[in-house]
Design a protein around this ligand. Structure first.
Ligand code: M6R
Length: 473
């Protein structure tokens, strides 16, 4: 076993069974993406915690220098350089147990995880924004000159949205980096710089390596969903989303949970600086806290209504979209990250070619693609960009592009006031207060992707070629 692992290159986790010794399993890894669960005379080896939770009550991680032997007679033995070592087992968080109960129920009723996870979002967002305890040491954030956020995929898009909140509301300078690029660059940070790592699984290898590449820094905070995951072991502080396991490969509830956690960090900075620019910089007028000291009292009700609206209207629009081969998602400011996320969801679950573009970038090249074979999905909330956005949408219509406008009644009336509505299809979702619109618009793009995938008869929860945790490069 040791000889073999010495010959292998790259990242791997291996579980082996030898012919002639069918009563033992051997496991080793180069990345620590292997967990062993123990419970009631049963041992389970898997790449993440969710899988082992049904069969185990405690778990341990396999380190990269270790070989583990699981056998009927001797239970579990761990070896380093051929010598047996004692391993510590930790209790599996009850969240995983609840999740597996819930999973079985959904499987029995044949409900897609993706849609049921979308439906969980109103409560999740409300809980994180208004109720969740946030025990982080804010002083390390306050003393840093800027924050660098590092993440992949949807977590990266959530970070781009959060950058707008950080910069506009708490007035902190923020860079957002893709983990797989960041890890190979020469970064010139100094001790006071703050780095934030965002990951649903906490096991994404690029984000782990990015974190390892700056391990000389004390000021690292991770926001993750999975307790005990590797990213939380390596970062100095962690915030848990605690939204239960997400089974669908497509991130939905963890995406909006990341947004809510990031918003809480922004709010904490504001509270500690005793300064908050909410409203002034992004053309809004409401106060940061609701009546009960909550950030947004009625956000659950609003997102519930958005879901109700989409359940009625999206199946029709998505049938129309499902006949096209190319989509562009466009947005500006906070809406840009939503556009990127919408395009990714559509690729991932509906296998449709879609791209997310900043509205202002259209003229710099992508507009050349627009014709009657392209659908443009526009994120047009009630923000300070309404008029600019309406003009840009007319430019698309003039090139025969089909435009689906995700907006609210207030913006819709502005549209009516200023322009001819022919050629636009509107999704007029319930209004939400100012800078919170990424929560509701994200739900809409998720539901759009879900229903298009259903029309195209795709198995939404397990899209081809993808995995839930990306533990290899
Ligand atoms: O677990 P992570 O948040 O680190 O994963 C990052 C991406 O792999 C992930 O967000 C991916 O893009 C999703 N499948 C998108 O739905």
């Amino acid at each position: 076993m040791r000889k073999t692992s010495g010959m292998l290159k790259g990242n791997y986790s291996i579980v082996a069974l030898f012919s002639g010794d069918e009563e033992s399993l051997y496991a080793f890894t180069s990345t620590s993406a292997l967990v062993i669960g123990k419970g009631n005379g049963t041992y389970v080896v898997a790449s993440d915690m969710t899988t082992i939770s049904t069969y185990s009550s405690t778990y341990t991680r396999v380190d990269s220098n270790e070989v583990v032997k699981l056998s009927v007679n001797h239970g579990i033995q761990s070896f380093v350089d051929g010598v047996i070592i004692q391993k510590k087992y930790s209790i599996i968080d009850s969240m995983y147990k609840k999740s597996s109960f819930y999973t079985n129920k959904l499987l029995k009723n044949n409900v897609d995880f993706m849609i049921s996870e979308i439906f969980e979002q109103p409560s999740i967002i409300d809980n994180i924004l208004n109720k969740k305890k946030f025990d982080i040491n804010i002083s390390s954030i306050l003393k840093s000159n800027s924050i660098t956020i590092v993440a992949c995929g949807s977590s990266y898009f959530a970070s781009l949205i959060a950058r707008e909140w950080f910069e506009n509301i708490s007035r902190v300078r923020v860079n957002v980096e893709i983990s797989s690029e960041f890890r190979y660059r020469k970064n010139n940070f100094n001790r006071d710089d703050m780095l934030l790592f965002i990951s649903q699984s906490g096991e994404t290898v690029d984000t782990i390596e990015a974190l390892n590449s700056i391990n000389f820094l004390d000021n690292t905070l991770s926001i993750v969903n999975v307790r005990g995951s590797k990213i939380t072991c390596y970062s100095k502080q962690s915030v848990y989303m605690d939204v239960g396991s997400e089974f669908s490969v497509a991130a939905t509830k963890t995406f909006t949970a990341q947004l809510a956690c990031l918003y809480r960090v922004v709010k904490l900075i504001c509270d500690n600086k005793k300064q908050c620019d909410i409203g002034q910089n992004i053309g809004l007028s409401h106060k940061v806290s609701g009546m009960n000291g909550n950030i947004y009292d009625n956000i659950k009700g609003v997102i519930d209504n958005v879901i109700k609206y989409c359940t009625v209207h999206i199946p029709v629009i998505s049938k129309f979209i499902s006949q096209y081969d190319h989509l562009l998602y466009i947005g500006r400011g906070l809406g840009y990250g939503v556009a990127l996320e919408g395009a990714l969801k559509m690729k991932e679950v509906a296998y449709l070619h879609s791209e997310g573009i900043a509205i202002g970038e259209l003229k710099h090249g992508t507009l050349a693609l627009v014709d009657d074979k392209v659908i443009v999905v526009a994120i047009v909330p009630s923000d300070e960009f309404i008029h600019k956005n309406i003009i840009n949408l007319h430019e698309i219509k003039a090139r025969c592009g089909k435009v689906v406008v995700i907006t609210d009644m207030c913006v819709y009336s502005k549209f009516q006031e200023f322009s001819n509505l022919d050629g636009f299809t509107f999704l007029k979702i319930p209004s939400i207060k100012g800078e919170f619109f990424p929560f509701s618009y994200s739900v809409v793009v998720q539901m759009l992707a879900y229903y298009v995938a259903k029309h195209r008869k795709i198995e939404v929860d397990r899209p081809r070629n993808l995995a839930k945790s990306i533990t290899v490069e």
